[in-house]
Write a protein that binds this ligand. Structure first.
Ligand code: URA
Length: 248
């Protein structure tokens, strides 16, 4: 037995908070009857519908994809561009990306049909570590790196402290390769951080999320996340959430 709003969120339909709104608005039915009570408990086999649409009770699945360039992190695109879900050909469940990478960004991307997992991993208060490899147009100096590490203002809000390590410099072509470790995931954050101090990102690749990397995978390939990996990711996201709450 679980609470109705949790069952809706777990199905991936929407967040728990939005599910609560839908329930209060009388849009949710259980076995054909409107239920607008937030504490209502659903049992296995109950049929939940929202605005007349029945929620599917699929098995929860979790994948790790090596996202290649030229795909959008979505399930469909109005402009007809290729979507990451098109790469998971043998997966029959309706999975969707857990967070997003830009069209031209490569690397670690999780996909799942578990809405609660997605909310947990992508929630701003879950400070799950993400490591990116960045190729910059230009030679960056120590002072500029320090500025980024301390935090820069993007659209009025300061980025959280991060760690950067330069791994290579090409003096002839004037490019820098570096690794940046972030604990937040604002929209296009890496590119915007470098843009804010006058650098263009030429190439962006996500190496790890929560310590999970791409070992054994080629661009476009995917694998099932092991139950232990899913458990660890959940644990890390929850831990970081608690730490964040304590320090805020
Ligand atoms: N930061 C970006 O700028 N782009 C991405 O795809 C991911 C992080």
């Amino acid at each position: 037995m679980e609470r109705l709003q949790k069952a809706i969120a777990t199905s991936g339909y929407t967040s728990r908070r939005k599910a609560e709104e839908l329930i209060v608005q009388g849009k949710v039915k259980v076995n054909g009857e409107v239920v607008n009570e937030l504490g209502y408990k659903v049992k296995k086999g109950d049929i939940i519908s929202i605005d007349g649409k029945v929620l599917e009770n699929e098995n929860k699945v979790y994948y790790l994809l090596y996202k290649p360039k030229g795909y959008i992190s979505s399930v469909k695109d109005e402009m007809g561009r290729r979507c990451v879900v098109d790469l998971l050909k043998e997966v029959k469940e309706r999975v969707y990306p857990v967070g997003r990478l830009d069209y031209d960004t490569t690397g670690v991307l999780f996909l799942s049909n578990d809405g609660e997992f997605t909310n947990l991993i992508t929630h701003p208060s879950s400070h799950l570590e993400k490591v990116y490899e960045v190729t910059l147009d230009g030679l960056i100096n120590g002072e500029e790196l320090h500025q980024l590490e301390k935090g820069v203002y993007l659209e009025g809000a300061k980025t959280l402290p991060c760690k950067i390590r330069v791994t290579g410099k090409d003096m002839e072509h004037k490019t820098t390769i570096l690794r940046i470790k972030l604990i937040e995931g604002k929209n296009r954050q890496v590119k915007k951080m470098f843009e804010s101090i006058g650098f263009r990102v030429k190439r962006l690749h996500r190496l790890t999320v929560g310590g999970i990397g791409l070992k054994g995978l080629k661009p476009g390939e995917y694998r099932i996340l092991k139950p232990q990996e899913v458990k660890d990711l959940r644990k890390l996201a929850l831990e970081k959430k608690r730490v964040g709450r304590k320090n805020s």
